[in-house]
Design a protein around this ligand. Sequence first.
Ligand SMILES: [Zn+2]
Ligand SMILES: [Zn+2]
Length: 102
Amino acid sequence: MSNDESDLIPTGTCWCGCGAKTARGSFFVRGHDKTSESAYIAVYHKGSVPQFLKDHGFGPGNSIVQKAVDEAGWTTCPRCDYVGAPASVRKHEKKCTATKGN
Ligand SMILES: [Zn+2]
Ligand SMILES: [Zn+2]
């Protein structure tokens, strides 16, 4: 599985490199995972998510989301088109009021 972090062990210091101490078992200070992601895209893909997708061969004709469903265990909400990691979909389902096919 490519979406788990079982090979990585939190070190107690934020992995964004800011040097802050993290909570036990956390890689990042809250929000710094997103900061790291944005920084990576800024450095390697001109700060553009479309560019990032294109650089990896994804886009309108080749769905990265579908690949996540196929290969990384992502699922869809039974009531709407919401797609995400299982934990994220479970959270979404609690507040989802959509009725599929409507
Ligand atoms: Zn940090
Ligand atoms: Zn939904």
